[in-house]
Design a protein around this ligand. Structure first.
Ligand SMILES: NC(=O)c1ccc[n+]([C@@H]2O[C@H](COP(=O)([O-])OP(=O)(O)OC[C@H]3O[C@@H](n4cnc5c(N)ncnc54)[C@H](O)[C@@H]3O)[C@@H](O)[C@H]2O)c1
Ligand SMILES: O=P(O)(O)OC[C@H](O)CO
Length: 336
């Protein structure tokens, strides 16, 4: 089914940038903003100055703070709110969802408490089959995409035809989506890389260089793939855009909120100071390190970097002691 009208719910950095991607690809887009002043600014000036200052949004993108108006007649509903608020947000919107619309998750996290991936939360709250839920994940730093720097991504959906429809709705001269049916692998790649980026940031904050970064990235990928194997993901997904691609972009980029957050901790900031410096923008890994750790423990999967990041963020471990703990672990074979 051709996608002609899209609702994007959440007008932060990625919600706004992805709304622009879709509008630049053809469909009409209505962006929902929590705050009326953001919706008015986007509609009247075509700018979301709080999240994407200086970016001019296209004419086929309008905004509203009324979810009913955003969702009316939508062929696809894109969910662009933080992982830990998705359940509450979607519950409020549930009755307004057009019955056959594709529900698309942009959020990269694992829910605290339930340990569910975002597509699982969506299926549960909306009461839809998994074939109706898609995930967008890849090396997609919002600020680069907003200025139309070329990138690729993955649209994961168990229903290949639905993924292809969405692929058509968000393909343009700077954005190239690939399809994949491995929803589990794509979501785990997106959630886990935020935690690994926190660790890379911590190392950078301590003054360590590229050998350390490459070691954390590679061993971070190894532990992500171990979790994926336990949860039924396709191992090849982790070598793709939603695995290695997103991991490298996030761990290396000063634009990443997760890496920047970790860097502050590595320089000696407290969690509260790093949170304050984030100016309300979400660094998903700070919460997902705990849910991913719990998920790994429940499946008997060893994730030492994730465990260490959790201990730094929530158990008072110092970044220096995290480094020592990781280096001091039992020696082992690379494939273990
Ligand atoms: N920014 C990126 O480059 C990027 C890229 C890919 C994926 N993501 C993922 O997309 C998701 C959204 O990230 P973002 O970058 O847009 O975040 P952001 O911090 O820029 O914006 C979050 C948005 O959610 C809204 N929000 C916050 N709390 C809310 C609540 N309780 N109810 C409703 N809305 C609430 C905020 O008002 C804001 O509009 C995250 O899971 C993130 O990991 C971000
Ligand atoms: O800014 P971050 O750390 O949330 O990362 C942004 C994106 O997920 C990169 O793909």
């Amino acid at each position: 089914m051709a996608i002609e009208r899209v609702a994007v719910l959440g007008s932060g950095s990625w919600g706004t940038a992805f709304a622009k991607v879709i509008a630049d690809s053809g469909p009409e887009v209505v962006l929902w903003a929590r705050r009326q002043e953001v919706a008015s600014e986007v509609t009247e000036t075509r700018v979301n100055s709080g999240y994407l200052p200086g970016i001019s949004l296209p004419a086929n993108l309008t905004a509203t703070s009324d979810p009913a108006k955003a969702l009316d007649g939508a062929d696809a509903v894109v969910l662009a709110v933080p992982s830990q608020t998705l359940r509450v947000n979607l519950s409020a919107w549930k009755e307004l969802l057009p019955p056959d619309a594709t529900l698309v998750s942009l959020s990269k996290g694992v829910e605290l408490g339930t340990l569910k991936r975002m597509s699982e939360v969506i299926r549960e709250v909306a009461g839809v089959d998994e074939s109706q839920v898609a995930v967008v994940s890849g090396p997609n730093l919002a600020k680069e995409i907003a200025v139309e720097q070329p990138t690729a991504t993955v649209i994961a959906c168990t229903d290949h035809d639905r993924a292809v429809d969405l692929q058509h709705a968000c393909s343009n001269s700077y954005f190239r989506p690939y399809t994949n049916t491995d929803v589990v692998g794509c979501e785990l790649g997106g959630a886990c890389k935020n935690v690994i980026a926190l660790a890379c940031g911590m190392a950078a904050g301590m003054g360590y260089g590229d050998n350390t970064m490459a070691s954390i990235i590679t061993r971070g990928l190894a532990e992500t793939a171990r979790l994926g194997a336990a949860l039924g993901a396709d191992p090849l997904t982790f070598a793709g855009l939603a695995g290695l691609g997103d991991l490298v972009a996030t761990c290396a980029s000063p634009l990443s909120r997760n890496r920047s957050f970790g860097e502050r901790l590595g320089r000696g900031d407290t969690l509260a100071q790093a949170q304050e410096a984030a100016h309300g923008q979400v660094a998903e890994g700070v919460k997902s390190c705990s849910s991913i750790r719990e998920l790994a423990n429940a499946h008997g999967v060893d994730m030492p970097i994730t465990e260490g990041v959790h201990q730094v963020c929530h158990d008072g471990l110092s970044v220096r002691d995290l480094g020592a703990a990781l280096l001091g672990r039992d020696r082992k074979h690379e494939r273990q």
